[in-house]
Design a protein around this ligand. Structure first.
Ligand SMILES: NC(=O)c1ccc[n+]([C@@H]2O[C@H](COP(=O)([O-])OP(=O)(O)OC[C@H]3O[C@@H](n4cnc5c(N)ncnc54)[C@H](O)[C@@H]3O)[C@@H](O)[C@H]2O)c1
Length: 428
């Protein structure tokens, strides 16, 4: 390992440790995470925008995290989603679900209406294409936010999230991210131990996440407009999901960014679609393979695919001069062999526990920067794969390419973009 690598690594470690020490993560360990039984002055009224699987889970976890919370309002594009969520939460938290019919909002403007309903904290769990707009509206309205990952699908969206996050800091509003691995106990020990030198100096990192795909798909009904069809099948449209290297793989990109302590200088990513060829799959890809390069020469190889019938795998490994860390197994082999955890903790619960614990102590958690930058890293790789070009961080940061329509209308014509063709699709 040369000197410049060591110097950069020290800087990486410093910045990562600073992030850990600066609030959420450090304090989460130091204080009881659940506040049941304490004398708490303020009842937090919670609102949820996006009553799907994850939103309902997040609402449940928010209610579990703190006894002085109440589910107060629900918003979703579709009324049946709201009813489903209200029923599930009502069974889990009988006395603390108080969502009167007048506080159930539907349609494209539901996210604005919920903000006038008296909520203190808003959970954002719609498809990510809407996140920048919803996040901005929440912070403008003075609400604390829990935002599911990813937080945008295009660069203007990421820039908007970064600007909104600055406003949140000025206003003293919490911003907690659904990048849940940052709250997972074993993963936190792994990252800390590697950063303290357990595998020597980092040489290269690897993430491979191969899955069969996603099950969610709704057949188009004759009465559905283009917009309704795409929102009901949001996963397959890049403006809504970001494509799966952003939507799902952002977890892996974020884990490794946390470990490395910085974001890449450039990426060259390949990708395409072989299994997802039918029209019903919209225009997203089904495989990506990225090689990220860092300023100190470190390389991070990251591949993900969604192809049924193929073997699956899910690994994050860091290779150092003195050993190898298998992050998902919590193991280190080489000079300092150890196993740091036997099983995963409930990271989706821990992120909410931490949020309420900090708020109750008068602290304001803020995960805004990493949630935006890890999203950007996914977008950078996707755009490299779509165009076939090697892209730098600065190039992507300055992209003005907006893929989320500026104004949405229920009846608008919304053609499906062609599947990107590497070498032909231009970088904008
Ligand atoms: N952190 C994690 O581990 C994790 C796991 C799963 C999903 N997620 C993220 O959570 C988000 C939601 O995923 P999901 O699996 O719950 O999807 P889902 O399809 O189950 O739910 C999305 C909900 O949002 C609603 N919706 C769509 N557009 C809306 C709008 N403009 N306004 C209001 N409601 C709208 C839909 O009707 C639906 O009920 C995604 O960003 C996803 O990436 C995170």
């Amino acid at each position: 390992m040369n000197d410049s690598m060591s110097t950069s690594r020290r800087r990486f470690i410093h910045s990562s440790s600073a992030a850990v020490a600066s609030g959420t993560l450090a304090t989460q360990l130091a204080f009881p995470s659940v506040t049941f039984g304490k004398d708490l002055a303020k009842k937090y009224k919670i609102g949820l925008i996006g009553c799907g699987g994850r939103g309902t889970g997040a609402a449940n976890q928010a209610l579990n995290a703190d006894s002085n919370t109440e589910m107060w309002a629900l918003a979703d594009m579709f009324p049946e989603q709201i009813e489903k969520t209200a029923n599930i939460l009502g069974k889990q938290h009988k006395d603390r679900v108080n969502v009167a019919p007048g506080r159930r909002f539907t349609g494209l403007n539901a996210y604005q209406q919920i903000l006038d309903s008296g909520v203190d904290i808003v959970l954002l769990a719609t498809p990510p294409g809407f996140r920048p707009q919803h996040f901005a509206a929440c912070i403008d309205a003075g609400k604390h936010v829990f935002a599911e990952k990813p937080v945008a699908t295009d660069v203007p969206g990421v820039q908007s999230v970064l600007a909104t996050n600055e406003k949140a800091k000025q206003k003293g509003l919490a911003v907690v991210s659904g990048l849940c691995w940052r709250y997972e106990t074993g993963m936190r020990s792994m990252i800390k131990t590697i950063q303290e030198g357990a595998i020597g100096n980092l040489v290269t990192c690897e993430s491979t996440r191969y899955l069969k795909g996603v099950a969610k798909m709704a057949e188009r009904q004759p009465e559905w407009t283009d917009l309704e069809y795409q929102i009901r099948n949001w996963y397959y449209f890049t403006w809504l999901s970001g494509d799966f290297i952003v939507e799902q793989f952002v977890h892996e990109l974020d884990k490794m960014s946390w470990l490395i302590g910085s974001y890449p200088e450039s990426v060259l990513c390949s990708g395409g679609r072989i299994s997802r060829t039918e029209e019903k799959f919209g225009h997203v890809f089904d495989h990506f393979n990225a090689s990220f390069q860092y300023e100190n020469g470190l390389r991070y190889h990251a591949g993900t695919r969604h192809q049924p019938g193929c073997d699956g795998t899910f690994v994050d490994r860091a290779y150092g001069t003195e050993g190898v860390a298998n992050l998902m197994q919590f193991t280190i082999t080489g000079k300092n062999p150890q196993r740091l955890a036997k099983r995963r903790t409930d990271m989706h619960q821990l992120e909410h526990d931490s949020m309420y614990s900090l708020l109750r102590q008068g602290e304001v958690p803020n995960n805004g920067e990493y949630m935006a930058h890890s999203t950007l890293m996914g977008i950078m790789a996707r755009e490299s794969a779509y165009t076939g070009k090697e892209l730098t961080w600065n190039q992507i940061l300055n992209s003005k390419h907006r893929i989320v329509p500026e104004k949405l209308d229920w009846n608008m014509t919304l053609p499906v973009p062609p599947v990107a063709k590497p070498g032909v699709t231009p970088f904008i």
